[in-house]
Design a protein around this ligand. Sequence first.
Ligand code: ZN
Length: 166
Amino acid sequence: MRTSRYSRKKSIDTSGDPYLNRARPEDNTRCHGCGALYHNKRWSLNTLVTPVAKAQEGKVVFCPACQKIHDGFARGFVSLEGTFVSAHRDEILHLIRNKERRAIYHNPLERIIEITNKAHGMEVTTTTEKLAQRIGAILKKAYKGELTYKWSDGVKLARVAWHRDE
Ligand SMILES: [Zn+2]
């Protein structure tokens, strides 16, 4: 029996990340958005261990994270609520951005899409469910409060809720 590429494509696990299932770029391609380098089948911003990118003349490539940010395709949602959130907004934002910076260093595909103000706090959307989980964990570690996780069946999607009143 001939296994065609076509039939294999159909059986792609839908719980996977559709952005990662897209056509892979050539080795040593640099993302036009964030500057991450695609090398040895992974994206990296750690320029110390990656070679100089080949010039990709006339070819504009975006990494999966930049594509998700452009499309607003979130895999993680962190909702922050409570009076503590509005009273310590700047400090909390600093903590979250710092967490993102460290996550990006290890994996540039883990990024914050948007931070929006809500009636009783704010919401952070992320490109991966793991980053949402990590942001929840760092909030709990830094400020205590109530933390809950909800994982969707079938798809990789995380809803994290953190709540703290004064
Ligand atoms: Zn990028």
